[in-house]
Design a binder for this molecule. Sequence first.
Ligand code: AMP
Ligand code: MG
Length: 402
Amino acid sequence: MISTDRATTIILELSQAVAETETVPLHSALHRVLAESVVSKLDFPHWDNSAMDGYAVRWSDLQAGIDCLQVVSEIPAGVAPTKSIESGQAARIFTGAMLPIGTDTIVIQENTQRAGDQIQIMKPAAQGEFVRRQGDFAKTGEVLLTKGTRLLPASIAVLAAAQYPQVQVYRQPRVAILSTGNELVQPSDTLAPGQIVDSNQHALTALIQQWGGETVLLENAPDNPQELAAMMQRAIDLADIVISTGGVSVGDYDYVDRVLAELGGEIHIAAVAVKPGKPLTMATFQRGQRVLYFGLPGNPVSALVSCWRFIYLGFQQAAGVANPQLPWMEAVTGVDLRSDGKRESYLWGKVEIKNNRQEFMPVAGGHSSGNLINLAQANALALMPVGQNAAAHSVIRVLRID
Ligand code: AMP
Ligand code: MG
């Protein structure tokens, strides 16, 4: 049994970005990961422009005490000024419009009084006020977004503005999800005594979709070494990452670890000192690029916690994300929390802002790893280090799961 830190290190060492990239148009680039850094072909702003509606003036006029100017042109946004502005003159200007030659300062319209083509300046402006200067936000040749960035709306706005109508991204990792167990049936099936619905397949499919991966669905595998081996081999052939649930404990019907070895997998993790989710298996297969195999316990809570705490990092790295991080945050616990003596434990609950701080409260109901019902009420997992209880109102670390 290895520590959670060691398991994290192993997973990060063995996972690598998928080799293939593809070009996608911006409207389908959300959540995709940049496979190349994006360099600006332009200065931002592209030219000096006005941040406000008002008048473009020569600051030297204001400095010389001139407070009455003649308005000689009008420049709306989208129009290039043609006239340069001489001393004693001003140009009517609107937000986003280019500054005419000769001007360097904007007097906002609220600080002027207009009479015909004359303006009276009621309140002088500081030099350069309300001017967005060319290149202030970014210069030509500057890196705007680095390789390994997961694209969100703001980064997509940058790509559009920088005239990248399409971008080079990593192929989404293909994740095969395999449920194992003779007791499993589908949600639409009639339950016979002893059977349960395979909820893991649905939970993990949703999770991989949420993470931005592509899922490969497989039929459930029975607890029979031959059929299980055939299904596991199919999964390994089809995917970059395989996640199977069930069959990794010490029971008589738990064959996954044995089959992994028989199929030629190199086993790197056999158990982790974590609760829930101790019987976490990780193996790799060499098939062109390395395939990662994660064997998770079948208990629905254990399976999801293992994904949130461990597989997330391997998945993100496979997706091409540079330096992926777990979504940790600090919170104050609302109640006393007890840790396990030997394993790092995770308690599921809700963090919410209370009295101006994030407070964690365990969800009501049993905290057994088979209880998936109250897990649906949780948005965070409280980390309880080995043998360290947390008193009510003390600061703890929690992992966001929403
Ligand atoms: P196992 O890890 O195979 O020993 O399974 C542990 C527990 O999780 C058992 O109670 C199983 O019935 C349950 N379980 C296994 N696979 C699934 C699944 N795909 N969906 C829901 N529960 C499962
Ligand atoms: Mg089983």
